[in-house]
Write a protein that binds this ligand. Sequence first.
Ligand code: PMP
Length: 288
Amino acid sequence: MSWIYLDGKFVPAEEAAVSVYDHGLLYGDGVFEGIRAYNGRVFRLEEHVKRLYDSAKAIMLEIPMTEEEMAAAIRETLRKNGLSDAYIRPLVTRGVGDLGLDPRKCAKPTVMIISQKWDAMYGDLYDVGLTAITVTVRRNSPAALPPNIKSLNYLNNILAKIEANVKGGNEAIFLDDAGNISEGSGDNIFVVKDGEISTPYTANNLKGITRLAVIEVALARGYGVKEANLGLFDLYTADEIFVTGTAAEVAPVTKIDGRVISGGRPGPVTKDLMEGFKEMTMTTGTPI
Ligand code: PMP
């Protein structure tokens, strides 16, 4: 049986339910995180909790517990479920209100922590690489919805995923309003060219925690890494492309918009970083 943390109590998954008047459901009014635990340790727990609280702060949502209490509840959820390798989904909604969207009508936030086993998100594709599609739907403008609010409103990302799906891709790559490469539907993007690694600035995408971890791995392994404005040309002429995210981890991209990248196989730099990231996840983190 799986236990869900719901407003301070553990509830069996089949019984864990929220009201139809919860504004998380009615309006996507809430924030969330995706976290992984490896080998009995939660990877970058503090960073994820901090990002959750920053997202909440930005939308004036006061999470009714401290960051330390949230981190403790996440670890307790894993212990309760007997998980040492897991994907963890804390989410906080505005709570129950009426059918109007005014958040002041919501008396208290709903806090949930879901955890489960979730092996490599893309299965066998890590060996052959993903097929990516740059989609026509643009990343939400930061002026309309700042990408660093990790909100429950993922419709922009879902539209991108739908477009990639119908065009035969495994992952969608967004451009921003200016035509710069932004990110994937649920991950950040990197390109390798002439031995140097580049990734978009974080003005138009989510500042991924995996992104930063992989940059640290790359620097420790002696690669040059830079942030840059990247365009379609940079993708189409890349030696290697990969995406990073908590769920996706480090995933090679070997085809983009019909162009074959790196001979259609994961390239040497990507493979080196996949190995380095794996080592990092297995040896660092907060004990459960
Ligand atoms: N961009 C988006 C839109 C995401 O949903 C995610 C997943 N959280 C990422 C990037 C990667 O972020 P992280 O490495 O912190 O999981």
